[in-house]
Design a binder for this molecule. Sequence first.
Ligand SMILES: Cc1cc2nc3c(=O)[nH]c(=O)nc-3n(C[C@H](O)[C@H](O)[C@H](O)COP(=O)(O)O)c2cc1C
Length: 167
Amino acid sequence: MNDILNLLKTRRSIRKYKDLPVEEEKIEKCLEAARWAPSASNKQPWEFLIVTDKQVRRKLSEIHPYARFVAESPVVFVPLTNPEVHAKYHMSDSALATLQYMIEAHSLGLGTCWAGVIDSSIEPEIKDLLGVPEHLNILGLVATGYPDEEPTKTRKELDTQVHYEKY
Ligand SMILES: Cc1cc2nc3c(=O)[nH]c(=O)nc-3n(C[C@H](O)[C@H](O)[C@H](O)COP(=O)(O)O)c2cc1C
């Protein structure tokens, strides 16, 4: 197995975090990985917000019904999408940037978990809390920190998902 495939296969969503700060340089590397994602016409229809404030993280964990762990992770990466920059691909491009952030984080020994926000009923409240301008969307909340669990996950078998030449 080559290194990238190993990295992709060993990344897991982490929902329990150690009470340890994350080095700023590591977050900068993750952001750097995110900004090098491919995007339609290289429009890069994203912006990124980093939240570390404990009270704000706690509030986020109260608003999001499936992201209690953002109160515990020292960092929350918030990918924002800009439909004014690319109306059709703002979401998929920003998802690629988010995944690159997550993979880089994993390579640095950090855990992440993406909790979806975009187009949900809680998006306006989270936008308000974080002061995100009206024209941007919140793709999700990505908890980031040192893992305090080692979850396992499986995947569907490849032969149930792949077709060659014709469906
Ligand atoms: C768009 C998106 C939204 C997700 N939302 C949540 C969420 O709200 N809460 C949560 O605990 N996990 C969430 N997840 C994580 C998935 O549950 C997880 O990726 C999946 O179960 C596979 O596990 P793995 O990431 O460990 O391989 C989300 C993942 C994606 C890509």
